[in-house]
Design a protein around this ligand. Sequence first.
Ligand SMILES: Nc1nc2c(ncn2[C@@H]2O[C@H](COP(=O)(O)OP(=O)(O)OP(=O)(O)O)[C@@H](O)[C@H]2O)c(=O)[nH]1
Ligand code: SF4
Ligand code: SF4
Length: 346
Amino acid sequence: MLEKRLIDAYGRPLENLRIAVTRECNYNCIFCHLEGDPIGKPQKIGTMPPELTPEDYSIVAEAASKIGITGFKLTGGEPLVRNDIVDIVHNIRKYAQNSDISMTTNGYLLEFYAKKLRDVGLNRVNISIHSLNRETYYKITGVDGLEKALNGLDEALKYNLKVKINASIVNGLNNNEVIELIKFASDKKVTLQLIELQPINAGSRQFNSLHYPLSLIEDMLIKNGAKVINRKLHNRPIYIMPDGTTVEMVKSYNNPIFCAGCMRVRLLADGTLTPCINWRKPGVSLLPRIRNKPREVAIKNAIDAFIEVNTLRRPYTLYNINTNQYITNNDGARLVLPKKSIKFNY
Ligand SMILES: Nc1nc2c(ncn2[C@@H]2O[C@H](COP(=O)(O)OP(=O)(O)OP(=O)(O)O)[C@@H](O)[C@H]2O)c(=O)[nH]1
Ligand code: SF4
Ligand code: SF4
């Protein structure tokens, strides 16, 4: 059995698994990427029963831990619409005892689940609060749910879950609300994570008019006295405001530096492993390899599936390097990163 982590052909380790536990969601955000699921958009509640069981996820967690995956992120759809979500987290924790287990949620149902999830071993939640203005929140999400999400946030903090606030920045809707969001994060003593729009699934509709470059916000933060540090995952810049509040930037759009620091694969809700959120070819189908098998066989098959999906990993956006971009001097060669990037055509 492998006990070490996998590395892809571009030198990127595989440390993190994003698990979309459902395609269903009680929201309908204008930019929903649904983790790149080819189904395209979130499904209404009750229309698409879950395919993987808590038992299946325990196999996934055991196999992933054996190949050095130490971060598990539960997403969807909205993970909290699964009424067995507590069992799922419990099972993952059982087989990934020392891992970071977190969830990304719209927060609508979090008030009910925060304590239960903490009790079975969830470490963190990222809660989407794209706006503190009820109408703007509604325009972005399609649901009048700001109050519920805020209650969910307070409940998560009450039970000592580590919290990040996710705000996807949409041109003309909330791009002028950043200072207010930072103040709110500061009051709650949590990190604010600003997310740049991506042209994936719903996000590709009206992308040009809704996209707001986060670089404009970064300039503003620097002018306001922020210092910056670098996070290993995706080489994300984290700005530290003068009062100590942290603002993390998720600038994935057309950004080779972001993809260079990618350390994750995805398990979609139908049991398909994919190497990238932009992957559109058939992925690695996990479910038939683990169902109705003795546990040991299922674990071995799941490890093989992880190895297979790892061979498919490549940075979706990368620099187009050519020899003219090497400048030499007497000390050797220096690489100058070109302004233009290219994309893998999946
Ligand atoms: N293109 C791309 N976007 C990503 C990737 N991971 C996260 N994102 C974007 O970042 C947003 C926020 O992600 P979250 O689910 O909150 O998790 P995270 O910030 O990546 O993970 P943690 O910092 O560990 O909590 C997602 O909705 C995506 O838009 C990735 O691997 N590729
Ligand atoms: S809450 Fe998340 S999964 Fe649901 S529609 Fe919004 S972005 Fe999509
Ligand atoms: S390779 Fe780039 S676009 Fe693909 S999942 Fe990783 S960071 Fe996202």
